[in-house]
Write a protein that binds this ligand. Structure first.
Ligand code: DGY
Length: 322
């Protein structure tokens, strides 16, 4: 008998065909991830779940007696409550290395968008409000040759650093839990303590995974250390920055602007003050959002699911289960 797999959101035909060769597949035909409650109600018979962001904790696992593997279609796996999964001997996989370039592109896009005020000026131009040639009120901030601080020098951080150094001649600093001397030599980046990096950087890109240690890693204290001209970019998880502290920092001019792809609550509330701030560029968590990358991510999740259900160690088993 084939193992039973459920995919909580629509994936490409190619991925469906691949899994179907090895598993009995059921899939949500919508591009909205099926809620935890509905998964429990309708699919509590499955052996494997492919999903994004579904919280996998004791309560969920208690209702899923056959579940063995959860494959995230994401690099982040803050939805896994590791100790609960381990207790039930459930393993989890993610999709590292599928989206490094894609998220790095977006990080640079946000830097340019905020610094050169691209969305704001696009609105003005399209509204027919451009009435003077070369008006001073449209000028922005330079990106090239400035100092970029990367918080979380993982795979995506390295690609951001490469683009920033080679493409924009930026001076690149990084903070990471562990210093990476080989990366420093290879990319010409410099290791700084978190506080020193924050004080020195013109642009700060937050790329650290969300863990207990990095929850509100950037809070009021950190905003107080930043340059008034600093621009912060978050393409990691909303909770790595205290959103209320960010709103306050922008409102009170502690920093000059922000680019946020991720929010503490997603989708964010339509009354979130960040959505009404001109010096904040907001996006709907779209870091990995290109067709190629999304398809690649779901194929990697599918391959790992099949491999694990066949009794092998999947390629992208997350660290904590090794
Ligand atoms: C990831 O892969 O973690 C992206 O943020 C998409 O969720």
């Amino acid at each position: 008998m084939k193992p039973k797999v459920y995919i909580a959101r629509r994936v490409s035909k190619e991925v469906q065909e691949y899994i179907s060769k090895f598993c009995d597949l059921e899939m949500n035909e919508s591009d909205e991830i099926l809620s935890r409650e509905k998964i429990v109600e309708k699919y509590n018979h499955i052996d494997g779940l492919i999903t994004i962001g579904t919280k996998i904790d004791e309560e969920f696992l208690n209702s899923m007696p056959n579940l063995k593997v959860v494959s995230n279609i994401s690099v982040g796996y803050d939805n896994f409550v590791i100790k609960d999964m381990k207790k039930r001997k459930i393993i989890g996989t993610n999709t590292p290395d599928t989206l490094n370039d894609t998220v790095a592109d977006l990080a640079l896009g946000l830097i340019l968008s905020v610094a050169r005020r691209i969305p704001e000026l696009d609105k003005i131009t399209k509204a027919g409000m451009w009435t003077k040639v070369y008006p001073e009120e449209y000028v922005g901030t330079e990106v090239h040759h400035k100092t970029l601080g990367i918080i979380g020098m993982g795979r995506i951080g390295e690609v951001v650093a490469k683009r920033a150094k080679l493409g924009f001649d930026m001076d690149v600093l990084y903070y990471n839990r562990h210093r990476k001397e080989e990366t420093e030599k290879r990319l010409g980046v410099k290791y700084y303590s978190k506080d020193e990096l924050i004080k020195k950087s013109d642009f700060i890109v937050v790329l650290t995974p969300l863990t207990k240690e990095t929850y509100h890693f950037i809070d009021e204290r950190e905003f107080n250390l930043m340059k008034k001209s600093a621009i912060i970019i978050n393409v990691s998880r909303g909770q790595t920055i205290n959103e209320l502290a960010l709103i306050d920092a922008i409102k009170t001019g502690k920093i000059a602007g922000a680019g946020v792809d991720v929010f503490e609550k997603e989708p964010t509330d339509k009354n979130n003050p960040l959505l009404r701030m001109e010096n904040v560029v907001t996006l709907p968590h779209i870091g990995s959002g290109t067709w190629n990358t999304r398809n690649h991510m779901s194929m990697v999740a599918a391959e790992d699911m099949v491999s694990a259900l066949q009794g092998n160690i999947p390629k992208n088993l997350v660290e904590e289960f090794k």
